[in-house]
Design a protein around this ligand. Structure first.
Ligand SMILES: [Zn+2]
Ligand SMILES: [Zn+2]
Length: 333
């Protein structure tokens, strides 16, 4: 019999459709797919490859001034938001808007075209994370900004228009409703139970073990009990902290290890599937709360959203979370 499961923190419901359940390796991409590692190391047409840099868009490179850089940050060529101006709000009848003020930056994580976080060393992943953090902190200094979203689209189904490994950072002049909803749920849980819902979830996963994928000194990686899609995972810090921007270097190095391990398992176990990675942090002016806990969500793009999901906000997941986690843990790679 199928089961409706609820995520304790987000209150999202999912139908775990065990009648339709497939074995975890069913979700592996077919052999026809071009893996990231099978692409050329350098693409003469790629703007993120060494030697093709669009210098007018460049914000920083590390090491600074070196032709042979390790990471680069550029302004998005087609930004969703503009850096100039003050966010003006207007409400006329049913038309409510704010001028599109914000930041939209791209972090190029590696000079080579055929690399992705899964294929980098833990230290290279750490350097990418440190770059997200450095730029995120810089954007957070802008008094117009309320929320910073750091995310990665890997592959076309995840919305990536360029294949070269990169992530994006968007600074918004508002706290979006989706984030506000999660904050309110976390606050309500804290009011009722006197503890952080994310700390509670981490402790429960550590005790049960069946959905764990990886743990180290500072992080716990697990497939969600109420995974909205196959292999939907969270990487959660053991230490209660509300913003990724405040993570100290030792913890960031531990995150580099956890993230690289997890993405490598997905890459080799499922044949380099498309995915989105989102760092979920508190609004920039609301840090330090007892009820908010930052984390990373990884969503594989194995299926498309259908009318039922759009109409109800309830997902149907044909994969059993405990089996997905065991599959990733037991891979011989
Ligand atoms: Zn490239
Ligand atoms: Zn917590």
């Amino acid at each position: 019999m199928s089961e409706l499961r609820q995520n304790l923190a987000t209150k999202d419901w999912v139908i775990i459709a065990s009648e339709r359940a497939k074995r975890p390796n069913y979700y592996a991409e077919t052999d026809k797919k071009t893996l990231t590692e099978d692409r050329a190391e350098h693409d003469p047409k790629c703007p993120f490859c060494l030697g093709n840099e669009e210098l007018d868009l460049e914000i920083e490179r590390l090491p600074a001034g070196e032709a042979q850089w390790q990471t680069r940050v550029v302004r998005n060529k087609y930004p969703a938001l503009q850096a100039e101006g003050w966010p003006e709000r207007s409400s006329v009848g049913t038309q409510h808007y704010i001028t599109g003020v914000g930041h939209h930056e791209v972090v190029v994580e590696h000079p080579q075209h055929n690399k992705t976080l899964a294929l980098m060393s833990p230290n290279e992943v750490y350097q990418a994370l440190a770059t997200y953090q450095r730029r995120g902190r810089k954007i957070a200094e802008d008094p117009r900004m309320e929320q910073i979203i750091i995310f990665k689209n890997h592959g076309d189904r995840a919305g990536a228009s360029l294949t070269h490994s990169h992530s994006q950072i968007i600074g918004l002049p508002v706290v979006p409703g989706n984030i506000r909803h999660r904050i309110e749920e976390a606050q309500r849980y804290f009011d009722d139970m006197g503890e952080c819902v994310f700390c509670t979830m981490v402790n429960d996963e550590l005790m049960r073990k069946e959905r764990l994928v990886f743990t180290n000194e500072h992080f716990v990686v697990f497939v969600l009990y109420a995974a909205l899609s196959p292999f939907h995972m969270w990487i959660v810090p053991r230490k209660h902290r509300s913003s990724f921007l405040d993570v100290p270097p030792a913890e960031l190095a531990s995150l580099g290890e956890a993230l690289q391990y997890t993405l490598k398992r997905i890459y080799f176990g499922l044949n380099d599937p498309d995915y989105n990675l989102i760092i979920r942090s508190t609004p920039v002016k609301e840090t330090g709360q007892t009820y908010l806990h930052w984390y990373i969500s990884i969503v594989l793009r194995l299926s498309r959203m259908a009318g039922f999901e759009l109409g109800s906000g309830v997902y149907i997941n044909p994969a059993i979370s405990e089996e997905s986690a065991a599959f990733l843990r037991d891979l011989k790679i």
